[in-house]
Unconditional design. Sequence first.
Lengths: 142, 420
Amino acid sequence: MQVTHVFSSTEFPSLSFPLYTSPVSAGFPSPADDFADTKLDLNDYLVKHPAATFFVRASGDSMIDAGIHSEDILIVDRSLEAQNGSIIIAVLNGELTVKRLQKKEKRIYLLAENTAYKPIEVTEDEDFLIWGVVTSVIHKVQ
Amino acid sequence: MYGVVDCNNFYASCERIFQPKLEKLPVVVLSNNDGCIISRSKEVKQLGVQMGSAAFKYKDLFKRYNVQVFSANFPLYADISSRIMKTVAEFVPELEIYSIDEAFFTLNGWSKEYIVEQSQKLHSAILKRIGMPVSIGISDTKTLSKAANEIAKTIESYKGVCIINSEPQRISLLKSLEVGDIWGIGRQLESRLNSLGIYNAYQLTCCDDNWIQKELTISGLKTVMELRGTSCIELESIHPAKKSIISSKSFGHKVTALHELEESVSSFTARAAEKLREEHEVASTIHVTITTNFYRQQDKQYYNVATSVLPWPTNYSPTLIETALKGLKRIYKPGYNYKKAVITLSGLVSEDIVQGNLFHSTDSSKVERKLMNVMDTLNNEWGSGTLQYAAEGIAKSWRGKSENRSQRFTTKWGELPVVK
């Protein structure tokens, strides 16, 4: 993406545009348009199940190739079912860990996203639980 | 049909949510000032540790059995409580928050099969989404659902859900229920009833109504009628056990603006505080609930509750109102047709027993008297060596000793759980 034009702030007076909550259609106006003036709230964008959503902080670089850096905040939804390939928070031997879930035949593997880390096979006798599914990563660039 | 859901060993279980290595260890939670035990995991109960007793009485036992001791983390517990109530609200049409970890709900018009299905789903949902094990009791009346809940909690084969909806089941349940364990009866009446040969709930239901009303008041009669299967205590009505006070109103018109909710919340809180003072009680927790009309599914639905544990139990209106309004601000969202606001004051204790923060009394002579009583008792019971420890402990509590409080995992950015 290219930066094509840079405007100074005086050229753009502030204008609020109402956000329409329903697509404009050719029929009767929707009563829901009473609520046209909705402010953009990151909670609505990032948190689909507030009661089941928790924030955790990443530590280390085991998932760096998935875009998860140390100190990033991960948004974890515990109501979702983890699929093969989901990035999950798991409990392994009493510790919370973030890894990519791999289900191969009847076996379960926890994969890091960093070539320096080997995949972990979760065996039946191990203390393992899928704690939640990571839906977003918040990475601050500044 | 009514149901009641409550959490198993709530505070101790909260500690396990973000510290999974605690799952297999005995856990105990102490009150403010690390004074007394306010929650025990199953393992700790099995060691014979008594609820409400002084923590340092068990200092050696805790060390011997590697009991993990935590100071109360009320911001965490209050947040987990809200999440649980919100989850319950996704499954049932109406609920009543009864305490920080307990709620009643209705299931009117549901078929037997649907009740079984939904209650099991609710149990699983709370365990999966929040990591909290709960017990659910369902029956025709609130009193019976409380009894069913006890069964769900104590008998493992029920897997956390017990539904009593047939006569033989009801009678069998009542025969196994001691009078002292009946919701609304309690230990004080137990000895009197026992002396008359009434030991279980079934025997009580066989007594004459007039006699019951005379001995146990009209409230006791309602309890007995409920045990017999006739519902007379509805959601949000006055409870025989009086563990919480509710003030609420359904709005006759569409309420969407914050200021209107603020006015209602202020007046409901003031009203609830008045009731508290009439009873000479103080509350430790306040819950503010706002909800849309569940029965108008064409409206965007919203249910939220702000739970706040007060720094010390109080019935002082300005404090309660201020806390309630702060809670409301946290949960209010524009763009919804609110139908109802509810204020629940729970964790009620008598005005005389100010648990936890002894030093918040405005009457300093009262504080001194209480302090001297405590020191004397400890001195007598455990010898003069203990006096020093006790004094040190109480002095520390003035600065709010919370030596082993876990992180506020869900309410402080700097205290989030860390994953590797």
